[in-house]
Design a protein around this ligand. Structure first.
Ligand code: DX5
Length: 218
């Protein structure tokens, strides 16, 4: 079964965001990811709950809010209210991760944790019972169009083994530098979802063709 493609709107044309999100949905994307950045946890500043609301009005597929922000506990309710279905927080920004995941689940949303390239997977040991998704960053977060970091693949494969051995109902997703040259590596290592921004949106070819190519290659 091919990997689910999750276009991230970071690289979309914001003068046509609704149109592009609808094109991605029509092309069979699994979800849409909204890349939230605050200029503190990562150097870039991007978007907030208003954009999640706009994407919610534009499509019916699940929306992931990827919170690349400090103090995510202050904002998870706003993103839940805005229409996010999955709220992904960074382990590195959550000293009270267990409580934060309980907060997200308490809002009736799926809870995800993102791990930066340098963050070991063993740090998840205390929270597996709360996890609906693990997002393995395959770039250092902050910008689209960066190069895939192959050194993250062993972590991805180890997480797939753990999730399978324990029979956990937890998605395993990759994010960063996913394109025609790298998606097969991610799929072979065990990801069942792949976030792709620049490989889907800022290309000369149609969104539909880009998503089909990624699915065919996975
Ligand atoms: C973190 C962002 C990006 C984005 C995907 O920098 O989360 O990874 O979603 O960007 P591409 O697919 O262009 O690497």
């Amino acid at each position: 079964m091919s990997i689910g493609i999750v276009p991230s709107i970071l690289s979309a044309d914001f003068t046509r965001l609704g149109e592009q999100v609808r094109e991605a949905e029509a092309a069979g994307c699994a979800r849409i990811q909204v890349d939230v950045m605050d200029g503190h946890f990562v150097p870039n500043i991007t978007m907030g709950p208003l954009v999640v609301e706009a994407v919610r009005r534009s499509c019916t597929v699940p929306i992931e809010a990827h919170l690349m922000i400090v103090q995510p506990e202050r904002y998870v309710a706003d993103f839940a209210q805005a229409g996010a279905d999955v709220i992904i927080v960074h382990l590195e920004a959550a000293p009270h991760l267990h409580r934060l995941l309980q907060q997200i689940k308490g809002l009736g949303k799926q809870a995800g944790v993102a791990l930066n390239p340098a963050t070991p997977a063993l740090l998840l040991d205390g929270v597996w019972e709360l996890l609906d998704l693990v997002l393995v960053m395959t770039v250092n977060p902050g910008f689209g169009g960066q190069a895939f970091i192959p050194a993250t693949l062993p972590k991805l494969a180890g997480l797939r083994r753990l999730i399978t051995e324990r029979g956990l109902a937890c998605d395993l997703e990759v994010d960063g530098g996913i394109g025609p040259q790298t998606i097969a590596l991610a799929a072979q290592a065990g990801a069942n979802l792949a976030v792709a921004g620049s490989a889907v949106f800022n290309q000369t070819r149609a969104i539909r063709e880009n998503i089909k190519q990624l699915k065919d290659l996975s």
